[in-house]
Design a protein around this ligand. Structure first.
Ligand code: CAA
Length: 385
């Protein structure tokens, strides 16, 4: 058993920490308030290689491991979870799926610029379109249809709550081709945002991660060339499940960062704020909170790193990624709530950051599979033995 990070992993963590402090912290409160997408920060992420962390250098990526990805996600999420979700979706839901299952032509055409995060000097990222107005947790109930017309498909339907909805150039869209086949009739397609019939719908006015652009996306008779289907006919649902297993490690790491960001702020605040004649950190009521925060965060970190390690070592990480996500997101909600409490009245106002972290934490229990869905996945794996 080896708990030490490699020199390269330490370097990546430091680079992400510097990026978060220097590029994300300035303006984070304002972006949250205005619901402004962090375009400049996303461009900088791309420049630093964080849009294609695990993608092979052969396809424009940084060629790093999943452990490094977790470390980078944690550091960025400590400061701005809106920036980190943009990074997470591009890395684990879009780039990973394309690299694992795309054809050589699909990889050259789409993966290379996605991993670089840029094309022609502009941001170039992706989005993952599975959720629908009536298909969230029940993901096999896809209403979006892709009618097979031989050399192309005709796509119709609506997708909801799409992260990177308006800033993405490329969408991976799950759609039902043959309803009689249920989940085996679902396909996944690479769709470009500017194709005729694609409309970016309303932007959601959200509780948290307000700096990420979440939209509905509408498809009206969109012609998708056959060569833009990923994998064999009917592979779409398996594609979504396998991709989400990795995505859940990214969201777990995001939740870990939100929790550790709130903890670090609470620790610092408790040392400089006095009450009853001494720093509040010297009151046992606060010390116990800090002790519980530190302990739960450490347990969450170990779950995230174990899931990442399993993925890096070619093991089945379905259960460990769900365990990491459910435990870490629940930890994030608990830690951030306590962080607001430690800060007292100051915690309830925006300048002290913890109220935003508390709002941001909530979504980690919902997206890329709710806590309830993670328990379904874990329960089934446990029963399989
Ligand atoms: N790997 C491979 N195949 C899998 C799989 C996995 N992890 N999980 C299921 N499958 C296969 C099953 O084997 C089955 O195939 P067969 O019919 O060939 O046997 C098929 O998929 C259907 O599976 P189930 O019968 O288990 O399906 P279910 O209806 O019971 O649902 C579920 C299972 C786990 C609840 C699944 O629907 C699920 O994960 N739902 C949540 C969806 C989700 O996470 N959405 C997030 C949206 S993306 C997002 O949030 C992105 C963002 O922008 C941040």
């Amino acid at each position: 058993m080896e708990f030490r990070l490699t020199e390269e992993q330490e370097m990546i963590r430091q680079a992400a920490r510097d990026f978060a402090r220097n590029e994300c912290l300035p303006g984070v409160i304002d972006r949250d308030e205005r619901q402004a997408f962090a375009y400049d920060q996303a461009m900088k992420l791309a420049e630093l290689g964080f849009m294609g962390v695990m993608v092979s250098p052969d396809y424009g990526g940084a060629g790093m491991d999943t452990v490094s990805y977790v470390l980078a996600m944690e550091e960025i999420s400590k400061v701005d979870a809106s920036v980190s979700v943009c990074m997470s979706v591009n890395n684990s839901l879009v780039a990973w799926g394309l690299e694992a299952y795309g054809t050589e032509e699909q990889k050259r055409r789409y993966l290379v610029p996605l991993a670089q995060g840029r094309k022609d000097g502009r941001l170039y990222i992706g989005a993952f379109l599975l959720s629908e107005p009536e298909a969230g947790s029940d993901a096999t109930s896809q209403r979006t249809t892709a009618e097979d017309r031989g050399d192309h498909y005709i796509l119709n339907g609506t997708k909801n709550w799409i992260t990177n909805g308006s800033s993405a150039s490329v969408y991976l869209v799950m759609a039902q081709t043959d309803p009689a086949k249920g989940s085996r009739g679902i396909n996944v397609f690479i769709v470009e945002k500017d194709w005729p019939g694609v409309t970016v719908g309303a932007k959601e006015n959200k509780m948290g991660i307000r700096g990420s652009d979440t939209h509905s996306i509408l498809f009206n008779d969109v012609r998708v060339p056959r060569e833009n289907r990923i994998g064999e006919d009917g592979f779409g649902f398996t594609f979504a499940m396998r991709t989400l297993a990795g995505g859940r490690i990214g969201i777990a790491a995001q939740a870990l960062g939100i929790a550790s960001g709130a903890y670090e702020l609470s620790l610092a605040y408790s040392k400089q704020r006095s009450a009853f004649g001494k720093p509040i950190s010297e009151h046992q009521a606060v010390q116990f909170k800090l002790a519980d925060m530190a302990t739960r965060i450490e347990a969450a970190r170990l779950l995230c790193l174990k899931a990442a390690w399993e993925k890096d070592n070619g093991l089945d990480y379905t259960m460990s990624s769900s365990m990491a996500k459910v435990f870490t997101s629940e930890t994030a909600m608990w830690v951030t709530t306590e962080a607001v409490q430690v800060h007292g009245g100051y915690g309830y106002v925006k300048e002290y950051h913890v109220e935003r972290l508390m709002r941001d934490a909530k979504i980690t229990q919902i997206y890329e599979g709710t806590s309830e869905v993670q328990r379904i996945v874990i329960g089934r794996q446990v029963l399989k033995g």
